[in-house]
Each structure stands twice: as C-alpha cells, then as structure tokens.
Design a protein around this ligand. Structure first.
Ligand SMILES: Cc1cc2nc3c(=O)[nH]c(=O)nc-3n(C[C@H](O)[C@H](O)[C@H](O)COP(=O)(O)O)c2cc1C
Length: 225
C-alpha cells in the first residue's frame, strides 16, 4: 500500500530540498556496434570507463531476502566473463545472508562521463575456494587483516573496539601470511539479462537488452527509452 507523501509530511517539510530543477543533458556516443556476447560488450564499456571514471568498477548490487526485503549497496567488480560479474565480500554480511537464502541478484554500473548505465540480472554462485584464496592473497596486507577482523554488517560496540581488534590482528600477523577467513569469498552474478543504456540528447536514450536463451545464446532487443 502506498501513502501519499502529503499525508506524511507538510508541504514545507517536503520543500526543504527540491531537486526538481536539477537536470543534465546527456551527450554520449551512440551505440553503433556491440558484440553479440554481453560480457564482451561489457568489457568494451568497462575499458572506456576505466579511462575516464573515478570508480569505474563500482556497481550497485541489489539482493533480496526470503522475507521480500530488498537491499542495495555498492561493491567492486573484480572480473567479467561469460560466467558473469564477480565481486568479493564477507559471506556472513547482510548481503551474504540474503544470497545464501535467495541466490539471485541485480547489478548496475553508472558511468556519468560516458552517460552510460550497464544493468545485469541473474542467479548467483560462489567462486571456488581456490579462486577466493588466490584473490585474497593478491590484496594488500592491511586489507587482508581488516577482512579477517570485520564482522561485516553486525552491530559495532564502538569504533575504538574495532580499531583495537584491527591493531591486535595487525601485530599478530606482522610479516606473516593472513589466511582467508572461510566466510570471505567471491560471488558471480550470471548474465541472464543485460542492458546497455546510452544517454542521448533530448532524452531519446538508446537501450539494448540482451536476454539469455535456453541454448546459451543471446537474443537482443532495443527498448524504448
Ligand atoms: C566504492 C565502494 C566500494 C565497495 N566495495 C565493496 C566490496 O567490493 N565488497 C564489500 O563487501 N563491500 C564493499 N563496499 C561496502 C558495501 O557497500 C557495504 O557497505 C558492505 O558490503 C555491507 O553491505 P551489506 O550489509 O548489505 O552486506 C563498498 C562500498 C563503496 C562505497
């Protein structure tokens, strides 16, 4: 059920920050050619984004629990392949719990310098322990220590207590190998549906949707903006 905002807030309260007049005119390239495989097409757009954007690999990841509660947060893509988009996180986090119960997700990259959005949706699988070990070992030592001590998404007593845990672990692991916590690992969002959105003048944006077919090939459809 939806409530009218007028019923919840007075007009004055709602007028505090009016963003209605904030507008950008999008002037991007036109989608001339994109390969038939969406992961190849995504690679091309990521290569361009890496040259221009501050956080080109950051995407918003939406998950939902079996209670229907939807959550979204930013994570970093670590690879793109025919299997999907890979990111790493703490499996005991809120997103980890939601993915455990409901292994499906949607993601979106936004690359403002190119006026581009890349959306993808599909089932989620875990990367192998060997792959998680390999990526964990490639991270800076302090990030490894932080991942080892963080109980991501659980209530924190105080920032000082987290710092203490971190300092103790840093001393313990000084000059030593930090083992990957068993709950820390990688997830792959499969590319069942992938949409390339290219901003254009006058809001006549271009949208190209790829839908995976039962035989693994992709059907492509242009969508109205
Ligand atoms: C730019 C950026 C990159 C991030 N990258 C990651 C990441 O790769 N993995 C991760 O677990 N959290 C990452 N985070 C933190 C998440 O947004 C989020 O706060 C955290 O994963 C807890 O989410 P959850 O409680 O929904 O599980 C990043 C945040 C930002 C702003």
């Amino acid at each position: 059920m939806f409530f009218s905002a007028d019923g919840l807030y007075s007009k004055t309260e709602r007028a505090v920050m009016n963003l209605g007049a904030v507008r950008s005119e999008y002037q991007g390239d036109s989608i001339e050619y994109l390969p038939g495989d969406p992961h190849r097409a995504a690679e091309l757009w990521l290569e361009s984004a890496l040259r221009t954007e501050a956080e080109a690999t950051a995407f918003s990841l939406a998950t939902h629990g079996s209670d229907g509660h939807v959550s979204v947060r930013v994570v970093l893509a670590k690879s793109i392949s025919a299997a999907g988009v890979t990111f790493f996180t703490n499996g005991l986090s809120h997103k980890g719990e939601q993915l455990e119960k409901n292994p499906v997700a949607a993601g979106v990259f936004f690359w403002p310098k190119h006026a581009r959005q890349l959306r993808f949706e599909g089932p989620v699988t875990r990367v192998s322990d060997a792959e998680a070990d390999e990526y964990f070992a490639s991270r800076p030592h302090e990030s490894q220590v932080a991942s080892a001590v963080s109980r991501q998404s659980t209530p924190l007593d105080s920032y000082a207590s987290l710092k203490q845990r971190f300092d103790a672990a840093r001393a313990e692991f000084a000059g030593k190998h930090v083992p990957r916590p068993p709950h820390w690992g990688g997830y792959i969002v499969a590319l069942d549906r992938v949409e390339f959105w290219q901003g254009q003048p006058s809001r006549l944006h271009q949208r190209l949707l790829y839908i995976r077919q039962p035989d693994g090939s992709y059907a492509r459809t242009w969508l109205e903006p």
